[in-house]
Each structure stands twice: as C-alpha cells, then as structure tokens.
Write a new protein. Structure first.
Length: 325
C-alpha cells in the first residue's frame, strides 16, 4: 500500500469510525501530512525588496510567519532613506516624527501602537503590546513609556534629509499629498509559513506633514491590516482616512471568506473607494493572501506595486488599478 493510500484509508476510518479509530501517532502523522501541503510565501506593499527577502529567510528556515513579518517590517523602519517608515520618516507639520504600527498572529491576537515617538521599531513594540499586555492599542506617551520599560531605546528619528524637507515644506505649508510620490510607502507585509499559518504587520510614519496627533489606517486592526488564520490576510497603503472609512483590510478578508480569490477581493475593496469624497485625488493600494498562498494586489490609481517572495524567488508585481490615472 502506498503512503498516500494509507493516509486516505486512515482518514476514512477517522471519519467513519470516529476519533478513536486512529492512534495518537497516526493522527499526528495525518495532520503533519496536511501541513506539508502548504507553500510559504511573503507579500509586501511597494518595492520593499529587502523586507520580503529578510522575511523569506525566516520562512525558508521553517520559522513562524509572525517572526517573518516582524523581521521584514523592521527593515524599512531602520532605513534612513525610507521617508515614510520609522527612522528617516518625514515628520508632522510641527517637525515631530510620529509612528503607527500593528501586528497580528495566527491566533488572531493583535497589538498596535499609535502616535509613538522616538522609537526606531514600532512594529516590535506592537508585538510586545500583543504578547505582554491585556490590551490591543497603546498610544503616544503611554506607548513610549511601555517601550522604554521594555528595553527599547529612545532615539532621534528625524534625519537631516527629513528635517530639510520639512523646512522646505514650511515655506508654503501646503497640505497636498502627491499621489504615489509623497510618502505613500508604508510597508504592509503578510506571510504564510510552512505550517500553513498566517501573520501580518504594518508600519508607517504616516502622511508627511500631517496634523500633529493624526493617526492613519496602518495601526488600526481591520483597516490597515487584518489576519484571519482560517481565511487569509490583507493590508493597505495610501490615504489612511479613506482606508479607515471602508475598513479596507477586514472587508477583503471577509470577501475571501465568502469564496473570493484574493485578487478579486482586493479589486472589489479598491472599487469601493470610488465613493470616498476627498478634496484632492488620492491613492490606496491593497494586497492580500489566502490560506492556499494565492495573492492579490489592486489599487485605486495606477502606480502601486507589490513585492513577493516564494520558492520561485522574488518578483515585483505591478498592481492593476480601478482608475486609469
Ligand atoms: N496609510 C498610511 C497612512 O495613512 C500612509 C501610507 O500608506 O504611506 O498613514
């Protein structure tokens, strides 16, 4: 009898004769065989090549998706040249770099920090909120206090480049984010690991020159990120106010729960943005992955892309868009 047939017979026994038809080692073997079917994959917003490469190292090593997404998100957070995430992020209109991040694991646990200052890795603070506290969100001074109490160092995150950009911005003080150009580079990162478990993370310095205290979609569970290990995961980038109004990431996961392919679900969520009224044209990009490792990427306007790594290697996927400009 070949191995597959044996497993099938065991499964039939399991279904037909009940749980006790299988001994514990047999049951574990059966479950293990199911898990082997999963193909790990990581997908992130924009051309975040180094982030997905870093996350992939974890997945390729058989490590957990939660560790992969955290490690991936930390790459742009520490990059001074990335002006929309962490260190080097463009400040608010008063010259302060304020950070938002969240993370979700395969158990449906969630952690988030909003309006956090002076900490290089908000995604790791969000993970600690998830793992060490009974809460989901810590904000501002409380989030900073929690981070400092848990071994994070206080650092100046305003680089000379970001300070110069802010000083130039102040001359006109115009608040007109440019589509795809001005700081819409938040990283949202989703991973499916070898065990078939999903996790996701999202981290940003938010919109450049925003009002002080403004929080976007990125740290809001259900808006900027949502993970349901039974179904799939989704994340967003772009004008956070619009994503929040449509509860973007959660809506995509719900559509996948109802049987939609991730690509169709991202398309439908992007289409729903058409009814959001704003003074200036805006951009939003969505990405998603389901339990099978199938992915999707759509945006409202052209110019959005997603970075993917799986066993085939790295690829940059240009997302389709609802509008043509
Ligand atoms: N979604 C982010 C926010 O609104 C911005 C971005 O994607 O860059 O804060």
């Amino acid at each position: 009898m070949n191995f597959k047939m044996e497993i099938m017979i065991k499964r039939r026994n399991f279904l037909g004769a009940g749980l006790f038809a299988l001994s514990l080692p047999e049951l574990m073997l059966d479950l293990f065989n199911d898990k082997k079917a999963h193909k790990p994959i990581v997908i992130a917003t924009w051309k975040n090549t180094k982030a997905v490469d870093e996350a992939w190292k974890f997945l390729a090593d058989g490590k957990k998706a939660i560790d992969a997404v955290e490690a991936g998100a930390r790459i742009p957070e520490q990059d001074p040249n990335d002006t929309s995430v962490g260190f080097g992020g463009f400040p608010d209109r008063d010259g302060h770099v304020t950070l938002d991040a969240c993370i979700m694991n395969e158990k449906g646990d969630a952690g988030s920090v909003v309006f956090l200052e002076d900490i290089m890795h908000p995604v790791s603070v969000a993970r600690m909120v998830m793992e060490k506290t009974p809460h989901v969100i810590l904000a501002g001074a409380g989030a900073l206090q929690f981070a400092l109490e848990n071994g994070f160092n206080r650092e100046n995150l305003l680089t000379d480049k970001a300070k110069k950009a802010w000083e130039e911005w102040k001359i006109k003080s115009e608040y007109k984010p440019k589509i795809n150009v001005e700081r819409h580079d938040t990283i949202g990162i989703l991973a499916l690991d070898n065990s078939g478990d999903l996790s996701g993370a999202c981290t940003t310095s938010g919109l450049a020159f925003k009002m002080r205290g403004r929080v976007g979609d990125s740290p809001i569970i259900g808006a900027g990120l949502y993970v349901d290990n039974e179904v799939g995961a989704a994340t967003a980038t772009g004008l956070g106010e619009s994503v929040i109004k449509k509860v973007g990431a959660f809506s995509i996961v719900e559509m996948m729960r109802n049987g939609m392919h991730p690509d169709k679900a991202c398309k439908e969520a992007a289409r729903r943005l058409l009814s959001v009224k704003t003074k200036e044209p805006f951009q939003v990009g969505y990405i998603a992955v389901n339990k099978k490792g199938e992915t999707g990427a759509w945006s409202l306007r052209p110019g959005f892309a997603a970075s993917i790594v799986d066993s085939q290697g790295y690829r940059l996927v240009n997302a389709k868009s609802i509008l043509s400009e």
